[in-house]
Design a protein around this ligand. Structure first.
Ligand SMILES: C[S@@+](CC[C@H](N)C(=O)[O-])C[C@H]1O[C@@H](n2cnc3c(N)ncnc32)[C@H](O)[C@@H]1O
Length: 290
């Protein structure tokens, strides 16, 4: 692990909606990584051709689950993960060592600042679930930065999320309050705060940046009561909804007292036999010109 203090940034300029230094968040992301990979049907369910991919980067890798699994599945590819959280990078680095994955490595890095990699040094750059920190106005710059570190013909690949689709009132309300807070924070593409709003933008971003052969694949992960994913999502969201409360109160879309009541209701709702809910994910990828 190497860290670069000026690059990693302080908590003050960390735009992530949850405190990424929190151990509970790291534990939650470890579970969520598996739920998402499984729910999407694997690491590269779209079937991207990895024949010419020898070095890849995962930006905002969290505790490193995707990087470690990819490095294990593709021992001929060097997989690098970066994240703003020193705790997560330390954990991911330790995991790579324990698992004997010499082709996996990790560094602390702030994706909202110039990336500390040479031009053309990767064949594939990946992100998954960065909606919770990437600023709308930063997207065009961020894509250019990803393209800078990709070789010509390299692959840029984004997977992100829209949530809050369910048949229960407290569940919808909780997700809705978060969506409103995200908008008030200036971190949403939704004009009215009804959604997070990133999914409709992804293909356009790649097109505007001049990428070619742009592809898209949508995924629906259902975690209704009685489904295989229900238990995992129940535990994931029980932690997420709690850890999101400071962000929601900071942007004054609800009081702590209101959130406390809502939290109890949402836990009960998710345990009801008629609870139905899905996450929608979209993977969009394209190739750097040249
Ligand atoms: C929702 S998690 C996604 C983790 C992982 N990509 C996955 O799919 O399992 C978002 C991650 O972004 C990281 N993060 C937040 N702000 C960041 C920034 N400015 N630069 C790099 N990583 C950041 C957080 O520490 C967290 O690990």
């Amino acid at each position: 692990m190497s860290t670069s203090q000026d690059q990693s940034g302080s908590q003050a300029d960390n735009t992530y909606v949850i405190n990424s230094a929190d151990a509970a968040e790291m534990a939650r992301l470890m579970r969520q990584d598996q739920l998402v990979t499984q729910g999407m049907g694997g690491l590269f369910p779209e079937g991207i051709d990895l024949t010419d991919v020898h070095r890849m980067l995962d930006i905002a890798c969290g505790p490193g689950g995707w990087v470690l699994e990819t490095a294990f599945a593709h021992s001929d590819i060097d997989v690098v993960g970066v994240d703003i959280s020193e705790r997560m990078i330390a954990y991911a680095t330790a995991q790579a060592k324990v698992q004997g994955l010499e082709n996996a490595s990790f560094r602390v890095m702030n994706a909202l600042k110039p990336l500390d990699f040479a031009d053309g040094s990767f064949d594939l750059v990946n992100t998954r679930l960065i909606v919770a920190f990437m600023l709308p106005q930063k997207w065009p710059w961020f894509i250019q930065e990803c393209l800078r570190i990709l070789r010509p013909g390299g692959i840029l690949r984004f997977t992100d999320l829209e949530w809050g689709l369910s048949n229960k009132a407290a569940f919808e309300k909780t997700c809705g309050l978060f969506n409103q807070a995200l908008r008030k924070a200036g971190q949403s593409f939704s004009p009215n705060g009804l959604h997070m709003g990133l999914l409709p933008m992804l293909r356009r971003f790649l097109q505007d940046a001049g990428c070619h052969n742009i592809g898209r694949l949508a995924h629906v992960i259902e975690f209704s009561y009685g489904t295989e994913a229900h238990d995992g999502f129940y535990h994931d969201l029980a932690v997420a909804f709690k850890l999101l409360q400071p962000f929601i109160t900071k942007w004054q879309v609800a009081t702590q007292a209101e959130l406390d009541v809502l939290y109890q209701q949402v836990l009960l709702e998710m345990q009801l036999e008629d609870f139905c809910a899905v996450w929608i994910l979209l993977t969009v990828w394209g190739y750097k010109p040249g």
